[in-house]
Design a protein around this ligand. Sequence first.
Ligand SMILES: NC(=O)c1ccc[n+]([C@@H]2O[C@H](COP(=O)([O-])OP(=O)(O)OC[C@H]3O[C@@H](n4cnc5c(N)ncnc54)[C@H](OP(=O)(O)O)[C@@H]3O)[C@@H](O)[C@H]2O)c1
Length: 286
Amino acid sequence: MIGVTGATGNLGRLVVEDVLARGILPRQIVAIVRDREKAQDLIAKGVDVRVGDYSQPDSLRAALNAVTKLLLVSGNDLGRRVSQHQNVVDAARDAGVTLLIYTSIVNAERTEMQLAGEHQATEVIVRASGLPYVLLRNSWYTENYTRNLASTLERGAMIGSANGGHVSAAARADYAAAAAAVLTGSGHENRAYELGGDTAFSLGEFAEELSRQSGRRVEYHDLSEAAHAEALMAAGLPEAVARMVANSDQGIKRGDLFTASGDLHRLIGRPTLPMRDVIAAALARL
Ligand SMILES: NC(=O)c1ccc[n+]([C@@H]2O[C@H](COP(=O)([O-])OP(=O)(O)OC[C@H]3O[C@@H](n4cnc5c(N)ncnc54)[C@H](OP(=O)(O)O)[C@@H]3O)[C@@H](O)[C@H]2O)c1
């Protein structure tokens, strides 16, 4: 059976949909969630929904019964993820999982971004488990930049501190398709894929494209790392998150989130969704 953790999250949901679209029967998919209430749509589709919390090893052991290929979607509890992921890996080994797939960060071997630390530590745990594994090293989601589109358009401004650095962002749906391809395919054992969009872009280029499509002028303002963090805090972000975001922009400036590997294109068997299409879809939802 195919197991997907974080199945009620943005990425996990898309992975389950993609696996179903590839002809896998719903009852052969185990959706691991921490809140069954949020999984009513998956239950209605006939997917085997089981409760498993990364912080509760017993729940994970029960949830992984008979799962052979498991996608571990990295958690979102910053600072607690290494021990949580360790719990999932331990439970996967106990359950006899034959392929463990983990959503890591692009360029995990060289990136200096703070955010990457927990992914790097998890990669060590995954390799040490002795299980056949696949590392899906994702760059940014393009949707990170369309999340607050209405207020971005209203302000006519985007802020950042990545200068002209290029990010190989890709649509979540493309990363989900890559995960589904690995879950349903063969020959991926012990590979690390560097996943990113076919065409990287700078934040200035993103603002240009947003201006063009929306008909509203949106300027990209480049700040220092410290000023960027301050501005995010002033906008209401908790300090730790604000500093992490500004630190990540330094990563973009260095090229930490850039890849020209072509791995995502190859895994999904088609070009990745261009940034302009993600913007168009987000504008259509406003
Ligand atoms: N590449 C990028 O640009 C980027 C951006 C943001 C995040 N990420 C990483 O990629 C992951 C997936 O992205 P996403 O957009 O799908 O994020 P998301 O919507 O926040 O999904 C995270 C999933 O992890 C589940 N989860 C968190 N803690 C858990 C726990 N203790 N036990 C069991 N499940 C737990 C959540 O459960 P609930 O549904 O119950 O909340 C949710 O389903 C994120 O968690 C984060 O590690 C990447």
